[in-house]
Design a binder for this molecule. Structure first.
Ligand SMILES: Cc1ncc(COP(=O)(O)O)c(C=O)c1O
Length: 453
């Protein structure tokens, strides 16, 4: 296997940073002007994570293309880190939004519209759980799902996997420390309590550890992505998800599948693609075609229990809420997106394009004996700086390489390809073409060739 020369890498990163500053002067100027009143110079502080010292400023975006204020057109494989998996501003969603907001009027009224029940029925068809409630983000879907799970089981804790990400959910910012003990994730800001008080954490793909932790009998729910997607993509070992279901059932623990990213696996995410039987499903980001939307679904028995629980305030100040949740605009967008854009047929095509992407990157790596691997999950694929795909979050975290990340992101954006920041993830929308993939392959191959020298 080829060894990467770090001095060469550092010199290339320096060169790419300089080109980035030259290529995107208007973005840089806009970023500098914004510093006066935006915290950190960006609308949300994570936007500082883009490589190169400042983010590209968006001008417009349609389908799988995005243009910036310097006049470049970029092929967008980031797609808003899944928020735009439907492609940017697909026509059916644009029409539904215009109709609801401009023609009919009434984006948010505290009253239901008929779109909501249609969307709930479609989510039930896709994800198997019967009763749905809406939020504006996937984070909130997870927060409310956790609260409902605690209420219904009377248990205090949840269990998550090492290096998971489920949004800004306090309970989930926990990792296994070098001493094997749970500890707060580095940088956790203003945690209300030490997450070790609220949460158990185990490695993904380790049924023995899961059995040991669930045996305490104090876990309300396991909150999991069926495949990890936020520390590279980590796929389940054969039979692992069956073991998870058996262990949760056996200990009276609820199972929450967070399908926010794993929705890429197909029209009903991994839940449908792999025949899973979670008690609760959460989802967000993409289902509204880019309009803020999220949802959580409960199986029939949980739905009956929560509605029949007189001690649960699910109306007002009980901790589950959101004035704009389920608003007429976001349910109209969700309906159009699920009905006409992220359809069963669209997923088949997106997966085919993602397979082309994965195979081309794999071929480029193998042609030059580069010690990286790539993993695909339906419409998404991600390469990782490890010769074999990591088996769990801890292994995958150990393969992180910030400088290599920066090199690949800057090299690609400087040549018209936008990758997802803090991932090496590429996502295919219904608008992404084989030609887009081939353009990436050429740039990726050139990046690797220059790196190896
Ligand atoms: C699996 C998963 N769940 C939930 C979220 C939270 O989504 P949001 O930030 O839109 O609330 C994320 C965000 O990346 C995610 O990856």
């Amino acid at each position: 296997m080829t060894v990467i020369n770090r001095e060469r890498l550092a010199a290339l990163v320096k060169r790419e940073r300089e080109s980035y500053a030259l290529n995107f002067p208007q973005s840089r100027a806009a970023f500098e002007r914004a510093g006066g009143h935006l915290l950190g110079g960006v609308p949300m502080t994570w936007m500082r994570m883009w490589p190169g010292g400042f983010p590209v400023y968006q001008a417009a975006a349609r389908g799988a293309r995005l243009s910036d204020i310097d006049g470049h057109e970029l092929i967008d494989f980031c797609l808003g880190d899944t928020g735009a998996m439907a492609g940017h501003s697909p026509a059916p969603v644009a029409d539904a939004i215009a109709r609801r907001y401009a023609e009919l009027g009434g984006a948010t009224t505290m009253l239901p519209t008929e779109d909501a029940a249609w969307v709930a029925g479609e989510l039930a068809r896709r994800f198997g759980v019967s009763h749905w409630s809406f939020t504006l983000t996937a984070t909130d879907a997870n927060r409310w799902a956790i609260r409902v799970a605690r209420q219904l089981t009377g248990r205090p804790k949840i269990l998550v996997f090492n290096y998971c990400y489920h949004g800004s959910v306090d309970e989930s910012f926990i990792v296994i420390g070098p001493d094997g003990r749970p500890r707060s994730r580095a940088g956790n800001v203003g945690a209300p309590v030490d997450p070790a008080v609220t949460t158990r954490v185990v490695e993904y793909n380790d049924p023995v550890a899961l059995e040991r932790e669930l045996a305490h009998g104090d876990v309300a729910a396991v909150l999991m992505e069926p495949a990890l997607t936020n520390i590279g993509i980590v796929l389940p070992d054969e039979g692992y998800l069956t073991q998870v279901r058996e262990l949760t059932h056996g200990t009276g623990t609820l199972l929450i599948n967070d399908e926010t990213h794993t929705f890429s696996a197909g029209p009903g995410g991994c839940t449908m693609a792999w025949g899973l039987r979670p008690d609760i499903v959460t989802i967000g980001k993409s289902i509204g075609g880019g309009v803020p939307s999220g949802a959580y679904g409960l199986n029939t028995s949980l739905a009956e229990q929560i509605l029949g629980d007189d001690s649960a305030d699910i109306i007002d100040t009980g901790g589950v809420g959101g004035t704009l949740a389920g608003n007429a605009l976001s349910v109209a967008a969700m309906r159009a997106c699920l009905d006409s854009v992220l359809t069963d047929a669209a997923f088949a095509a997106m997966t085919e394009v993602a397979t082309r992407y994965t195979e081309s990157v794999r071929a480029a790596l193998s042609a030059q004996s580069v010690p990286w691997s790539i993993t695909q999950l339906g419409a998404r694929a991600e390469y990782r700086f490890a010769p074999e795909p990591p088996a769990n979050g801890g292994e995958s975290a150990a393969a992180a390489d910030e400088l290599l990340d920066e090199y690949m992101h800057l090299y690609t954006v400087n040549r018209g390809i936008l990758m997802t920041p803090f991932h090496n993830m590429a996502l295919m929308s219904p608008a992404t073409t084989e030609a887009d993939v081939d353009a990436h392959t050429a740039v990726f191959t050139a990046a690797v060739t220059e790196l190896l020298g």
